[in-house]
Design a protein around this ligand. Sequence first.
Ligand SMILES: *Cc1c(COP(=O)(O)O)cnc(C)c1O
Length: 489
Amino acid sequence: MKLPEESVVHGSPAPASPPPAAQPQNLPALDRLLRLPACAALLDAHGHTLVANEARALLATLRAQALAGDLALGQIGADALAGALAERLQRRLQPAMRAVLNLTGTVIHTNLGRALLPQAALAHIQAMMASPNNLEYDLASGSRGDRDSIVEGLLCELTGAEAATVVNNNAAAVLLTLAALAPGKEVIVSRGELVEIGGAFRMPDVMASAGARLVEVGTTNRTHAQDYERAIGEHTALLMKVHTSNYAVQGFTSAVDEARLAPIAHARGLPLATDLGSGALIDMSAYGLPPEPTPQQMLAAGCDLVTFSGDKLLGGPQAGLIVGRKDLLTRIRKHPMKRALRMSKLPLAALEATLRLYLRPERLAQDLPTLRLLTRPLADITATAQAVLPALQAALAPRYQVQPVALQGQIGSGSLPVERLASSGLAIAPVDAKGVGRALAQLAEALRALPLPVIGRVQDDRLLLDMRCLEDAQVFIGQIGLLRLSDKR
Ligand SMILES: *Cc1c(COP(=O)(O)O)cnc(C)c1O
């Protein structure tokens, strides 16, 4: 029921509920809204342009609501309007990229930003980005320098390589390597290693973009030394191994490893390159983790070039690292694509600081967040789950039941695809057996709407929250009071 127009315009007190509806003409004009004393602080904080834009948009929204008979007079008082405007401004200024809680159980999660940067890298970025620096300037001679030199020495020391360079990411490292070493020529790869990494990185497509011709040898499950030998011809530029980082070929299989393939390539005067994908710089098994091939092992086995990522197991920023023979790296560096794919000073600062941590291996499990999370003791993870449980159960009762649960997590990002990490967390199940899918979707949505969005995973009619990556339970507990479940069933 609507009140007579009269009583609304003059704002006379309404005799009874429902609350009096506002008409479009009850809304203030833009400049009257901006002159409200309650808006002064907003103008002061943000300036006229943004506040006026948001005020205009707010008034348009309210006008539409009024026309639909959907706006109460109480919503257009001075304080209500200023409050609504402040809320719009806050939303507008909130960055689109936000911190989240990764409770998916996958430590290096590509969709959630992969490796967390170590403190040392964050501090170095801060110091280097706020000031001019010697990115391409040789302080000893006072002349032009090369940005590669910032990390080349460290990379050579850590991997045993003769030379090294860095580009924007590992996809770029592979692309550049192929473009520089095999333009218009053939590159031999086993059919069992033609990987697709998420996000349109498919080895055959990368070959084509680099102008190289892919020569597939062997079969999906078995490739032999003779397959490579027979495929080598006058147009061959390179033999390539690709680490099958996100799948495993099991059963009746056979592959030619680098130590056997290197002499075959070298006998014909050809280089052997390996794309390791993740590529750990340390022996993961020393930390009780499944072993992952290292660039140093690949070089020792006879590979001439190794490419790997900066933000996977290495635990640094997005980067593509190429290490290996000096003459090949000189050709790679000279290719025009190098300039287009070069690393920016920002990740370069982070990469240098991260690599320096590897000089102190005894401290690495503390200093490198990725390794710290991967080696976090199970008892610790379980204790976090226990700490979160009571507050979460209280917030979700009576619709959901929360229980502690043993979980299997993953390293992630195409590292060690079949290995699982014993972990621990909470399983949340709807109490009502009807509409379970919908109830779980609503719960997941409410968790994502928290100030620090909580990302879990749905499995077997439960929402699972793996606590491995929640090092401080309070960060989650502190925002549980803000959890809002919609009533729609
Ligand atoms: C992850 C991966 C890449 C791509 O690395 P980015 O750093 O993400 O560009 C290439 N090859 C393999 C085998 C990988 O696992």
